[in-house]
Design a binder for this molecule. Sequence first.
Ligand SMILES: C[S@@+](CC[C@H](N)C(=O)[O-])C[C@H]1O[C@@H](n2cnc3c(N)ncnc32)[C@H](O)[C@@H]1O
Length: 282
Amino acid sequence: MPDRDPDHVPEGIDLDRPNPARIYDWFLGGTANWAIDREFGAKAVEAFPMIRTMARVGREFLGRGVHYLARQGVTQFLDLGSGVPTVGNVHEVADSVNPESRCVYVDNEPVAVAHSQVLLEQEGDLDRHAVFQGDLREPERVWERALETGVLDPGQPIGLILVNVLYFVGPEDRPQEILAKYRDLLPSGSYLLSSHLTADGVPEEGAEGRDEVRRQYQRSSSELHLRSREEFTRFFDGFELVDPGVVWIPEWRPDERESPATRQFLANPPASSGLAALGRKP
Ligand SMILES: C[S@@+](CC[C@H](N)C(=O)[O-])C[C@H]1O[C@@H](n2cnc3c(N)ncnc32)[C@H](O)[C@@H]1O
């Protein structure tokens, strides 16, 4: 990762409230976070110590999903809510399978976008990789801008990635309709890769800590919206679920790629509190 001046605050950064992109970066051991985010993260870890490992498990799923898709011959990716670049970024995983692969990153947090831009300028290939600041709740706008980058070919299948992000979208934003819109925009043969936090079937143990973390997020710039297995599955309406279907995150093709944090959860997958799936648009 490119170095960051710890005293420099890029333009547009809200330091009045902790921010999910920066908190997540802190969970993963990154440096694109500020004191307000670290304080929030430390409190969350205190309430629910497993949260850092859960963040890694989520990130490892992203890597496995992209690796699998690249091996299926998918050469272009649109990663929404892509976050601050850290280990195993989508374009790197995709490039490791096919060095000609293409990737567009989108995030609504300026820090995530600024860091991605620097990384792509220094280590990416600007003909094949791009990033812009956008809100995934505006599918048409995001789609238009993604195509404007010139990186994606709308005539070829695209791997649409919504990993670890849909729980920031509340019911008032009608996530089901947002997903349907993306599905309609994607060319046939495209995929949707996603994961989601749930309380459905999660062991009681640790419930108090999890609830406390949710309350903490309500005070950050984004609330957490957990969804049932059924609600998550409905996001894949119009897609054919790829084996093994909707499963606990650690159970999603654990052998696809090295996933050390995931291994810890394989003995008790529901403790991951996260569901994962991949769907293909016929
Ligand atoms: C928990 S991080 C996940 C990052 C990455 N997808 C991963 O799995 O490692 C969630 C990211 O989604 C971004 N995000 C949240 N709501 C968003 C929205 N409406 N539009 C675009 N990005 C959003 C946050 O800024 C943050 O970077």
